[in-house]
Unconditional design. Structure first.
Length: 229
């Protein structure tokens, strides 16, 4: 039987009973967290799942044991990322997404998040240029010139629509590749037990990732303070 673990509205897992017991022992799962068995809808405290097994007290909340010394994730608070994004008409959000995928490339060289992000940027710029061309065509009054000009406008509109679809597809591909790479890394080399939601990934992307990266950096810092040598 497997279990889903819930903490502060975030779900993790599924984990086997032995995994739950082990993570309780290391502090990655707290006895006060909620657990739901596979096939059920009722959430119960983890303490009821592990029963009376002996567990070692955690050193720090979210203790983890990294297998290698990986560079820390970008650590600007997600609220500041959002603020700077508003102040720069969202340009800063694009720059920060680039910083995230470059970091991801360092810790997970096999990740294609950086490649898909760069393709997304290229298609996005192309979409902007086609949209600007359509606007300029209308503002200059070329559409009133007759059938030939009307045909050009229709072609521009068609290409712009296809490029817009391509932009959306590449955005989804980049974000969910980043999601997969983050979960793979933080459930493997750095076992923090990260689980990201698909809906939040789709709508908020890098801002949502940064929220979790901030928390992960806090866990890593707490680990270093408790293991100074």
């Amino acid at each position: 039987m497997t279990y889903q673990i819930s903490r502060d509205g975030q779900e993790f897992g599924p984990y086997s009973l032995s995994d739950v017991q082990r993570y309780v022992g290391t502090g990655n799962i707290l006895l006060t967290d909620l657990a739901r068995a596979e096939g059920t809808t009722e959430w119960i405290p983890v303490s009821q799942v592990v029963g009376t097994i002996a567990v070692a007290p955690p050193t720090v909340p979210g203790t983890y044991a990294p297998a290698a010394n990986y560079p820390d994730a970008p650590n600007l608070h997600w609220g500041l990322v959002l603020l700077f994004g508003f102040l720069t008409c969202f340009l800063f959000l694009v720059v920060w997404d680039l910083i995230q995928v470059l970091w991801m490339k360092k810790v997970e060289p096999a990740s294609k998040a950086f490649l898909y992000f760069m393709i997304f940027i290229g298609v996005y710029v192309l979409n902007f240029l086609f949209s600007f061309g359509r606007m300029a065509f209308l503002m200059n009054g070329h559409l009133s010139g007759g059938g030939a000009n009307s045909g050009i406008f229709v072609v521009l509109s068609g290409i712009s629509f296809l490029v817009s679809i391509g932009t959306l597809v590449m955005m989804i591909l980049y974000r969910f590749t980043m999601k997969s790479s983050l979960e793979q890394h933080f459930n493997g080399p750095e076992p923090i037990g990260l689980s990201l939601g698909g809906i939040m990934t789709f709508f908020f992307g890098g801002l949502y990732f940064q929220y979790h990266l901030n928390r992960i950096n806090e866990i890593k810092q707490a680990y270093r303070l408790s293991h100074p040598y």
